[in-house]
Design a protein around this ligand. Sequence first.
Ligand code: NAD
Length: 415
Amino acid sequence: MRISIIGSGYVGLITGACFAQLGNDVTLVDIDKEKVEAINNRISPIYEEGLNELLNQVHIEATSDYHRIIDTDMIFLCVGTPINKSGNMSLRYITKATEQIARVLTDKKDYCLVVVKSTLVPGTTEELLIPTLERSGKKVGGDFGICMSPEFLREGKAVYDFMHPVRVIIGEYDKRSGDMLVNLCNKFNAPILRTGLKTAEMMKLASNTFLATKITFINEIGNICKQLGIDTYEVAKGMGFDERIGSKFLNAGIGFGGSCLPKDLRALVASSRKQGYEPRFLREVLRLNDRQALIPVELLKKHIPLKDATIGLLGLAFKPETDDVRDSRAIRIVQTLLAEGAVVKAYDPLAAENFKRLFPQIQYVTKQEVLKCDAIIIITEWEEFSNLDYKGKIVIDGRRVLKAREARIYEGVCW
Ligand code: NAD
């Protein structure tokens, strides 16, 4: 199958590399010329376990020229859908990319399938993408097909997750579109669920919103446990045996971040309000998650005055095994520490370069340097933080690193 991928970020690059490994002929399109060059030089612009090795095994080509995809059978749309200033999902990139695909469709002789992987609020494929594609003069259903197949990969485990999905969701415009994508996805040993376009869009948002809510729930239980001197993790262990609850996503701490959960939750809240329904419960999840990031600084203030104190941060990525700092809890913590007049020194094994673009004014140091600071906050649960010598230190632990309990003063956020 000749496959084109529009957008070579986390989702696009993994999708492209994995489909190439499965024997397809893959072309990646991205407007970012540096990214295109890096991919053609077989250097992954992002960190993902196994991705560099994969890029060096497969035949894959990257370009910024949309006309190179004229002979393609399937076009996967994987551009970003961030939140804009007004709190809505920004459709800027997806609109532009769809217009560019439409130009290709105008000159295209044979049928092809457009597959939307980007996360969208319900209705976007039908109300925006299809009309934009039809401006090519071609008709959906006859000249081209369209599916909405949301992506569920976890950053850090993305290659594995792509190759071993727990389910494949195919929202289809018509049977022909769905059949074509089913044919491609049959290689995965996973149940395939065929549904409508809008439902598929909602399945993605509802899944991420549920995960965000589950984290927020256990954080709330954790905040109560902290007051009562109970270890939340023991409580969560007891809860997790119940299969109606499940043991995953019950790690209390400083809340969720990353490129997906906060954004998808905000997008669902905004789109629901537009439809005239006020999603109070979901708004509260967002508010509580914001508040949770401030707890480490509040706890720290009980032990030392922050003005002119040197505070060391362990971890900047939104979670371990990634260099992604989008919506990382570290952002809120650094903002607050700087506002309080503290000097901030930070260490992260992978994400320091990305964080430096957001906060050039703080110092990026080794983990040994962090340990010399007046106090330490653990923000990301990197494995290597379990091997540090915390004796004699003041540590506020946002992620429950057991070894840190040997500190002179130790406070967990929810335990
Ligand atoms: P990203 O920002 O890492 O990558 C998007 C890429 O699209 C960038 O390289 C950008 O240069 C490129 N791009 C923008 N406009 C373009 C255009 N007109 N033509 C070609 N390329 C263009 O985004 P991402 O994290 O890969 O996310 C992509 C989508 O997938 C989003 O909707 C996101 O919500 C969803 N998603 C992300 C994840 C994740 O773990 N990151 C997981 C599931 C779903």
